[in-house]
Design a protein. Sequence first.
Length: 354
Amino acid sequence: MNMTFRWYGRGNDTVKLEDVKQIPNVKGIVWALHHLPAGEVWTKEAIQDEVDYIQSFGFHTDVVESVNVHEDIKLGLSTRDQYIENYKQSIRNLGEVGVKVICYNFMPVFDWTRTDLFHPLEDGSTALYFDKEKVMNLDPQELVNEVSASSDLTLPGWEPERLARLSELFEQYKEVDEAKLWDNLAYFLQAILPVAEEAGIQMAIHPDDPPYSIFGLPRIITGAESYEKLIKISDSIANGFTFCSGSMGADPQNDMVAIAEKYAYRAPFAHIRNVKIMENGSFFETSHFTSDGSIDIKNIVRTLNDQNYEGYVRPDHGRHIWGEQCRPGYGLYDRALGIMYLNGLWDAYENLKK
């Protein structure tokens, strides 16, 4: 496994690369040009500047998360072809600097969704929380207002230019059901995958978070059946998955150990994190430690180790601990603890092979 750490860039993250360098076994930084709106071409100059800075700390820059997909592509509008051409050019430019994986998602309107970014836990820490009942009875604009007021830092998937069109987008999505969204994803993939192959890049789609419909919007990357549909769209080597134990695992019907066992070979990138699922379907982020949550982290890592998984791995949403003031879910301390737990599991399983 190739351990990485997600970072939001200079001036946009409370975490410094000097600090990440002190976490054992972190080989790469998962990065993006977060200041660019979805649909714009990532220029060679902007890419090279960010890559040079990250690599100056000794990290590789093999994984980008995310090159966001413009909403017109998801909606299947007549304007999508130009945005797809822009996306293809960004892929080419990223391939030229050696990027190997692009993580992306196809979630309508919202990216990840939470109702509380600083939910208090019994141990005194705070964490991201999804109140399922609240979401089912909340106006989307109310949620946007609450989340936007919770942090001064940009939140991926909650870009102001997208959320400013909230009413318009919901009206447009009335014409898009799951079948239509699958068609639009297929159109997008059939256009970009040949370019990704030529660039030596694997596209790795991230599961929907949470992996079921909210606000009446369609969700399609929700479990093992979704992966089968993706493979049917294209068996290209560039058509891959981001295995995310916390996102897909937020639905208890998804056996994440079994999914890892069957599909890890198509997942060049893995987010390994834990969530605690409550009886009513609500959930909150926990430490990565297996017994703290509902996800069988230790056996997910065992399964990856059994397959000699060589893909890129990163810890995901951490708690906010020890008074750290940070981007919600993306502080230094708890993610560093998560890395050490994953490292320990991996080393133990490696030792059993000897």
